[in-house]
Design a protein around this ligand. Structure first.
Ligand code: ATP
Ligand code: MG
Length: 404
């Protein structure tokens, strides 16, 4: 008979276990778990110290595992079985569980925890008894108490024994939203969705901000950004997406100045609008997909000149990553195929022939000082921003609502 998991043991990340925020962190993860497992109403939940126990009640473990693997703050997940609290049953289940492991390990150890003190053997004796049973069933296996490939855990409880050996890696990181809120500048490119994912993994609740230059940029490119934001909801449940009408600001800046600092000026305007949206949302940071040196606007001095347009910290999770690493993550989080769809981005319009790689902040400031209408145009674009909530798998409010 194949041993079928009746439970799953979910462990919080180690970081989460430290400090006074533990309680809040665990609660957030627990809520994310329940939300992710809504499609499986049979599952029951128990919260224990440092972990969550799921009673699968017929839900296949592998099906529950799939959404669980995307929950930040979960370090690992194990399928578990329950057997009668009786030595022979425990030995058989242990041998069976070890035989079913894939790949089959070369070394193991047994760790028994006796919660139920009425059980006749203490944990040391049970370690030997269960270990012996496994070795008889799998003569090639060796015990390694220091660095075993597999640790077979047995918990002797009031209502039966729990056994688990397989460990599936969780997403790690911090529980979603436990480290504050950030405004993700989400273009249609490869990088910014990856930056958003990394920010979310580190516990930032992310709101996405997209600049479009309709009608110069198409409806399709806006749809693409919605689809990208929806991909991110797989990791947090819901994402708010702000669509900023940038045409006006962009064309006015371009009409007043079209030389090699144009990109810097446009980016500064974007940052300032994003900062206004951040203030309204209570966000404490701006997150971008910049990667050092990738293009002219991402040299150290460009990043500096652009970043100085705002007071908020600008977080750039990809700053030291190579393109191929970024692409690998984009593939893993399933945004790559969308990102490479060839729709135009607002920033590719009216590009100067050779954007500056070393913009001078004093020059930029004096150009901006000659645009007395700029502040108002920026405030106006922020005020005309439309926002939607995207829930996992659906757009909650399909109509845009004005943000302010
Ligand atoms: P991406 O792949 O994220 O578009 P990129 O390498 O193409 O990045 P740029 O186009 O120079 O780089 O953009 C740098 C960053 O500026 C982006 O990662 C994103 O955070 C932000 N950004 C660029 N265009 C937009 C836009 N239309 N709306 C919102 N943010 C944008
Ligand atoms: Mg881009």
């Amino acid at each position: 008979m194949k041993e079928t998991a009746t439970m799953a043991i979910l462990r919080y990340g180690e970081l989460v276990l430290k400090g006074k925020n533990r309680h809040r962190f665990e609660k957030t993860v627990y809520e994310q778990v329940k939300r992710a497992l809504r499609p499986f109403p049979s599952i029951g939940y128990d919260r224990e110290f440092g972990r969550i126990v799921l009673h699968l009640n017929g839900t296949p473990y592998e099906e529950a595992l799939e959404p669980l693997r995307r929950i930040f703050g979960l370090a690992s997940i194990s399928p578990a079985v329950t057997v009668e609290l009786e030595s022979q049953h425990i030995q058989e289940a242990a041998a069976e569980m070890m035989q079913e492991l894939e790949p089959s390990p070369a070394t193991f150890k047994v760790t028994v925890r006796r919660v139920n003190k009425r059980f006749p053997h203490d944990s040391q004796e049970m370690n030997r008894i269960v270990g012996g049973a496994v070795l008889r069933a799998m003569p090639g296996l060796r015990v390694d108490v220091h660095q075993p490939e597999v640790e077979l855990k047995v918990e002797l409880r009031e209502q039966g024994a729990w056994l688990y050996a397989r460990t599936d890696e969780g997403a790690g990181g911090f529980p979603y939203g436990s480290n504050g809120r950030g405004m993700l500048m989400l273009s249609g490119g490869i990088d910014s969705p990856v930056a958003g994912y990394l920010a979310m993994r580190q516990g930032l609740r992310v709101e996405a901000v997209h600049f479009h230059s309709y009608p110069y940029t198409s409806e399709k490119s806006q749809q693409k950004v919605r689809d990208l934001a929806e991909k991110l909801t797989a990791f947090g449940g819901s994402v708010r997406l702000h669509m900023v009408p940038f045409t006006e600001v962009q064309t006015r800046i371009h009409a007043a100045y079209s030389d090699n600092l144009l990109i810097t000026l446009l980016r500064r305007a974007m940052y300032r609008i994003t900062e206004k949206l951040a203030e309204a949302s209570g966000a404490g940071a701006i997150v971008t997909g910049d990667s050092l040196g990738q293009v002219a606007s991402q040299t150290l001095s460009s990043l500096d000149a652009i970043g100085r347009a705002v007071q908020l910290p600008v977080l750039r999770p990809l700053v030291f990553m190579e393109k191929k690493e970024i692409i690998r993550i984009a593939e893993n989080i399933d945004t790559f195929e969308l990102s490479i769809l060839p729709y135009e981005d607002c920033c590719t319009l009216f590009l100067p022939p050779s954007p500056s790689t070393n913009p001078n902040l004093n020059v930029i400031r004096s150009i901006e000082a000659n645009m007395p209408w700029l502040d108002e145009a920026i405030a106006d674009a922020a005020a005309r921003t439309e926002s939607i909530w995207i829930e996992r798998g659906q757009v909650k409010e399909d109509r845009f609502a004005s943000f302010f």
